[in-house]
Design a protein around this ligand. Sequence first.
Ligand code: HEM
Length: 495
Amino acid sequence: MPSSFHGLDAWFVLQLAVGVVFLVARFLRGRRRRIPLPPGPKPLPILGNVFDLPRKVLASEYYKLHERYGDVVYLNVLGQSMVLLGSYETARELMDKRSSNYSNRPRSIMKTLIGGDWAFVFDQYDSLWRRRRKAFHNHFGSKPIAQYESVQEDAARRLLQDVLAKPELFADYFRFAFGSTILRVVYGITTSSLDDELIAVVEEAQVISNKAYTPGKYLVELLPFLRHIPAWVPGAQFKRDAIEWNVTMQATRNKPFDVAVEKIRRGDATPSIVSSIVEGAFSKGGLSPEEESITRDATAMAYFGAVDTVQATSHTFLCAMALFPEVQKKAQSELDTIVGSSRLPRFSDRSSLPYVNALVYECLRWKPTAQLGLPHRSVADDEFNGYVIPGGSLILPNVWAMARDPKHYPDPDSFKPERFLTADGRPKEEVLHPRDYAFGFGRRICPGNHFGEATLFITFATILHALIVELQPDEKGLSKAPASEDVRMKENFLT
Ligand code: HEM
């Protein structure tokens, strides 16, 4: 006997519901069909554009699709819509101006499996992300970070000594300088050597996340039901890795925070972001468990956001200085005039050093660190230039292409800080600033951009004031510089 629902036959209600859903879906599909998708290669049935997707995560490879199909390119990979944006103008229109629709992130199953749910860079565009991001922004905005300038100056000076003592370890020392600055600013923790225990933990977490978030590496991202497979099943290595990685990911979130809180309890804390939050809450009886959890999440994100990005830009700097000695000389001459030979640069010199500032911007432009940005995901269907962009599409801004658009940057392969300066050496307003794309877009724009730029400024100014960056000669005493266009970016989201 069929059951009844408020007097209606349940079977009838079910059929009605299915019918309505079907009609709505058909209507939406029809609407979409009336408005075409953006141009792109013809998809295969079911597989879609799997074989059109560049084999390498390299912006230059993705750009070939723009050369063929235009500024906005549509791909469908196994049912997942992807929209590639090939110019600053399109990214600005969609990701900045319509930010409320384009600020989601792709879902990641591995993020949860490895215990990385605290890393809000991968959060969905929801209220939890808003709270974590606000907590972060409160301490990394342009005003609050000014109080940590002396920490950044000290780190740059220590870097100089370390590189002078052991130039062959320059890459390790740059990394240590940025990592130790973050631990000091965020947690008030002083680290003294490359093999510091806390640095080792957070560095390990970086390696893990780079593995876990490599696009296309894990089948579970395409077939989410695989996450339920028990770890002992043959072939489920990803589950066994995830269990092991959980320990490091949790330690990264909690260990430095616990050390900071212990120092506050003992009364020997140095001023830091955590000390200001925890001590600020004393008057109301301390942080609530929820506030504490948000603080742990937000503060742990700083090391994650800061170290790889700033280090990659520093490598661009070293490479550019070695390849363009005339630029290096100009920057050094400005430093000699403004800073003089009796001391090292300080933040108070920053506004008097337009050429050094322009050199920082040119480093962000010449080989941008996140060459395909970080993917966003759209929320709902949208119309743009006569095309429909389906809700749920992955949006990939080609930052590399923006940074070398000849409309904005004539002779883009050359490293020319002058492009950001007027003929009489003052900052030029009308040129597209790398800050407008190198740090991402819309509501997801990098909240560490002020801190990041400040770190780059003081590090580059200090190095240039004391050292000369040159190519290392080979065994015959010759040093052959590659052409600028042959300096290749590594295959990855971060270069
Ligand atoms: C040269 C330096 C840096 C570059 C080029 C850079 C670049 C980026 C980019 C491209 C994004 C993605 C934005 C988007 O989705 O549209 C991002 C996000 C982020 N960055 Fe940075 N960044 C830098 C330095 C820093 C620093 C120093 C910090 C921390 C102090 C930081 C923290 C973050 C965080 C927390 C996010 C996630 C934002 C979110 O999803 O809401 N970054 N960064």
